[in-house]
Every structure is written in structure tokens, then in C-alpha cells.
Write a protein that binds this ligand. Structure first.
Ligand SMILES: Cc1cc2nc3c(=O)[nH]c(=O)nc-3n(C[C@H](O)[C@H](O)[C@H](O)COP(=O)(O)OP(=O)(O)OC[C@H]3O[C@@H](n4cnc5c(N)ncnc54)[C@H](O)[C@@H]3O)c2cc1C
Length: 486
């Protein structure tokens, strides 16, 4: 049994960021990062399909504290290198235990400690840790397996079915006919990456996605570099500029959805052959920003379509056949390989079985404190980043709040901090974790019932609004009665 002041779950971009902030702000704290995989990186380690890259710019997906010095859209390899540098710079490596899968964690209110059980995924050896504070950086989806719906006739198909999250590294797609089901950010990445070598790639989508395109450069960053400005300054200036522009676009999408819709579709139209049915294949039913906008750097997806190497079919699946897919519209799509770019299985708190004072924790019965802690769950915080803006912006903001919280506990001599509804919150209406009207991708809609609830006042909200939270989180009064220190 080992004890640490803080136990961080997950060595993805959130967990490494959390450890960095902790070492800088509270170097005296003991901590460990437990990670189920063989290395750091999380999302950027798990996903190995061709072309895997960010769709956010790295000036904002990168940490606040570590300058990004290359093109804004980055490959998984570049992101892993960047994270590796943070680990080296802050000496985090000795604190990370890889191959440690956490199965359960129990809170004991008599000792004010979490007891965490982990198993070494290679040796089967069992480990027990105790900790004062659980910093949950395990992301929001299951890493082991992506989401594949059940379609009729799947077992009849004679070719190979591949989910991008479990991409076989030896998959030979050269000269093959490929159907890619789904048209989200993953499809937009993998399709241009394989279209050159494949015989043909057909993207089969039930409904279209918004795309926006542009060159993979940041001209402001390049200009500042030419002027030999310090990279720390460039990082900060470019972050501010990107966030300023994104804020304006988000507001415009809310105020004038039709205008933004048309502008996005015009951008796509300009990259496709004359007469292409843009409305059918690239005219979504939802409002811009109700789902994440997929960025296509240098229009590579549309170049593939224009060159005849890729094509779009907007239809539903009737059945898989021996040789491919028959659509409800009666089209037979031939395939040697079918890629199911159909998304994630949401994971709530890393599928860890939690108990609080002997009672199993059902997170869906809790109300969130500011989208990071949960009523009646002491000393536990979940880093749930932004979906529309870069995830890491929120990870950095939350890290600042955690350090303030730990300091306040010290100042008060408190061993535990627990979110509890105040008397005036007793009749507060409760709402879903994220409203469907605000953000509605299918992986969230499928699992919304598993997620915590939010309230209708600032302390109990989960807004997904960076522009609001960049002011409200640093200013939050942690001693306003919502958090009970004991
Ligand atoms: C292909 C892809 C591209 C994306 N691109 C962007 C983008 O451009 N911009 C953006 O903002 N977001 C993007 N996202 C969302 C992305 O997942 C997050 O932004 C971010 O990477 C999440 O980081 P994280 O560290 O919180 O979680 P993760 O990256 O999911 O890492 C969590 C880690 O916790 C570990 N873990 C989980 N459960 C346990 C357990 N029980 N025991 C031990 N360890 C555990 C996992 O093994 C994993 O390593 C993308 C997602 C995908 C899949």
C-alpha cells in the first residue's frame, strides 16, 4: 500500500497538464499518475489510423505554459513529442506508473482517504494506493473499443470491418475498395490519408457534417517569428488572436446561424467541381456549432472528391451484403474494407467502480459543482474539457482552481471538501449535463442519462463556454457555501 497526497488518473493531455501545474504550484505535494496504457498521450496514443491529427489549432490545444512552435494543426506524433517535452521539462516521468488499470476506488469518511485498486495489465499484479485527493483526468470515452452500431447482415460481409480506434497497423488498403461509414472529424482525416493508395473510398453518411477549410498555417505566428519575437510571446499573442476570432465566430453562429451555415457551405462549394450537390452532402440539419466543426486543412478531403478518388453517399444502411453495403435508397456500395468511423463509447469516470462510505456511487444522481466536482462526493474532481473550443483550455483553468482549492483546504485545516447544495439551492431545477440545444453529438446523446446533472445557477452549471469561464473560474469564491470544508 502506497500513499500519495494527490492521485491523478490518466496520462493524457489533461493528466500531464495536471501534474505539471501541481509540481509548479505545490512542489511539496506527493503525487502519482496511474495510466492503464503502455505510455503517455491518451487519445494521441490510442488512435493510430492513417493521418490522425488534431482538428483544433495547437496554440490553444497546447498548454498555456508551453509554446507551440509549428503549424497549427498537428499530427498525433507531434502532439506526443510536445507532451514528452513537458514530461522532461518538469521531471514527471518518475511519477507515472504505466500499465496500471484502476478498477475501483472507495472513499472512507472516517479516515478521509480514497483507497484505489489497480492491476498491472501485463503481469496481473494488484496494487493498492491511498490518496487524499483524486484528480480524474481519464477523458470521456473508452479507449479499448470504439462504438460500432449493429447493422443487419454484418456477419455476411466477406471483407474486413475496421473501427478507426482499433486500426490494425498492418492493414493493407492499397488498391482496395473502401466504404467509410460516418463523416465526422475522424472520417475527414482518414479518408484523404488513404484515398491516394486505395482504389476508391466512398463516404457513407446518414446526415452531413459542417466542414471548414483553410491552410494549415498561422500567418500571425509566422510574421511574429520573422520578426524574431520570443516564442513565449508568440504563443500568448496567437492564443489570444485565435480565441478572439473563435469567440466572434461562435457568437455569430448563435446570432446568425443561417449566415454561418451559408458561409461554411460556400467554402466547401469553392473546392468541389461545378454542379456538385453541396446541399445534399454538406448541408447539415443542425445549426453550426451544435456539433464540433470539423476543420479540413488545405481542403484535402475535397481534393480527393474532385480527383474522383473519394465520393460521398448520403443515405442510410439497409443491410450489409457479402460484397459491401446496400443502402435504403437501393444503392449497392462495393467494399473490400468497411471503416466504421461511428464514434465513441462514452466512459464515465474511467468506468471505475466508486463507493462513498460503502455506498456505490451513481454519478447520474449527483449535481455538478461548476462542471468538475459532484454533490456528496468528497475530494474528487473530473477534468472535462471543452468540446467546441480546445479541451486543454479548460484543463489549464481547472488546474488553477484545484491549486486554489488545495491551498484553501490547508488554510482551513480541512481534510475533505464536499460539494453540497445550499439551503437556497434545495428547490433548484436540475438539467442534463449538456443541453441538446447547445451541443448534441450522438455519443453524448446516447449516454446523457449516465452523466451528472447541472443546476441553473453559476455554481452548479456546466456551460462549455470558455469565454465565460475564463473570467468566472479564476474569480470563483470557493468559500461561498457550495463547497463544505471539514
Ligand atoms: C482522434 C481524436 C482527435 C481529437 N482532436 C481534438 C482536437 O483537435 N481538439 C480538442 O480539443 N479535442 C480533440 N479531441 C478530444 C480529445 O480526446 C481531448 O481533447 C483530449 O485529448 C482528452 O484528453 P484527456 O487527457 O482528458 O483524456 P484522454 O486523452 O482520453 O486520456 C485519458 C487517459 O486516461 C487513461 N484511463 C482511463 N481510464 C483509466 C483507468 N480506469 N485506469 C487507468 N487509466 C485510465 C486512458 O488510458 C488515457 O490514457 C480529439 C479526440 C479524438 C479521439
Amino acid at each position: 500500500m502506497e500513499h500519495f497526497d494527490v492521485l491523478i488518473v490518466g496520462a493524457g493531455i489533461s493528466g500531464i497538464g495536471a501534474a505539471y501545474h501541481l509540481t509548479q504550484g505545490m512542489p511539496e505535494r506527493s503525487f502519482v499518475i496511474l495510466e492503464a496504457l503502455e505510455d503517455f498521450g491518451g487519445t494521441w496514443l490510442t488512435h493510430k489510423y492513417p493521418g490522425v491529427r488534431s482538428d483544433s489549432d495547437l496554440y490553444t490545444f497546447g498548454y498555456r505554459f508551453k509554446p507551440w512552435t509549428s503549424a497549427p494543426i498537428a499530427t498525433a506524433g507531434e502532439i506526443l513529442k510536445y507532451m514528452g517535452e513537458v514530461i522532461d521539462d518538469a521531471g514527471l516521468a518518475p511519477h507515472i506508473r504505466y500499465h496500471h488499470h484502476i478498477s475501483d476506488a472507495s472513499w472512507d469518511g472516517t479516515t478521509n482517504l480514497w483507497t484505489v485498486h489497480a492491476t498491472n495489465t501485463q503481469t496481473g499484479e494488484a496494487f493498492t494506493f491511498t490518496t487524499n485527493f483524486l484528480w480524474m483526468c481519464q477523458g470521456y470515452y473508452q479507449h479499448a473499443k470504439g462504438y460500432t452500431p449493429e447493422w443487419p447482415g454484418m456477419d455476411r460481409f466477406q471483407g474486413q470491418i475496421v473501427h478507426p480506434q482499433n486500426w490494425p497497423t498492418d492493414l493493407d488498403y492499397a488498391g482496395k475498395k473502401i466504404v467509410c461509414i460516418g463523416s465526422g472529424a475522424t472520417a475527414a482525416t482518414v479518408v484523404p490519408a488513404i484515398a491516394g493508395d486505395a482504389a476508391h473510398v466512398t463516404v457513407l453518411q446518414r446526415s452531413p457534417t459542417y466542414f471548414w477549410t483553410g491552410r494549415n498555417v498561422n500567418e500571425l505566428a509566422d510574421t511574429l517569428r520573422e520578426l524574431q519575437i520570443d516564442e513565449t510571446w508568440i504563443h500568448e499573442i496567437v492564443r489570444r488572436k485565435v480565441l478572439f476570432d473563435q469567440g466572434a465566430l461562435t457568437q455569430l453562429a448563435l446570432d446568425e446561424p443561417e449566415l454561418v451555415r451559408q458561409a461554411l457551405m460556400d467554402g466547401v462549394k469553392a473546392l468541389l467541381p461545378e454542379g456538385y450537390d453541396v446541399e445534399q452532402h454538406f448541408g447539415p440539419k443542425y445549426r453550426p456549432w451544435q456539433q464540433r466543426l470539423a476543420f479540413v486543412p488545405d481542403g484535402d478531403l475535397f481534393a480527393g472528391i474532385s480527383a474522383g478518388k473519394a465520393s460521398m453517399v448520403t443515405d442510410e444502411i439497409e443491410t450489409f451484403t457479402e460484397t459491401g453495403i446496400r443502402t435504403k435508397g437501393g444503392e449497392d456500395l462495393e467494399a473490400d474494407i468497411i471503416i466504421t468511423a461511428t464514434g465513441f463509447n462514452l466512459s464515465v469516470l474511467g468506468d471505475i467502480a466508486f463507493t462513498v462510505n460503502g455506498e456505490p456511487l451513481d454519478l447520474s444522481k449527483t449535481i455538478t459543482y461548476r462542471g468538475m466536482m459532484f454533490t456528496d462526493v468528497p475530494n474528487l474532481l473530473w477534468v472535462f474539457g471543452y468540446f467546441r473550443a480546445s479541451w486543454t483550455l479548460r484543463a489549464d483553468l481547472i488546474s488553477d482552481l484545484v491549486l486554489r482549492l488545495l491551498q484553501l483546504m490547508d488554510d482551513k485545516g480541512a481534510a475533505r471538501v464536499t460539494p453540497r447544495l445550499r439551503p437556497e439551492d434545495a428547490d433548484m431545477p436540475t438539467l442534463e449535463w449538456i443541453s441538446d440545444d447547445n451541443f448534441n453529438p450522438n455519443y453524448l446523446k446516447r449516454s446523457m442519462h449516465l452523466l451528472p446533472k447541472r443546476g441553473d445557477r453559476p455554481e452548479w452549471m456546466h456551460t462549455q463556454d470558455y469565454w465565460l469561464e475564463k473570467e468566472s473560474l479564476p474569480a470563483a469564491d470557493l468559500d461561498d457555501g457550495c463547497l463544505v470544508f471539514e
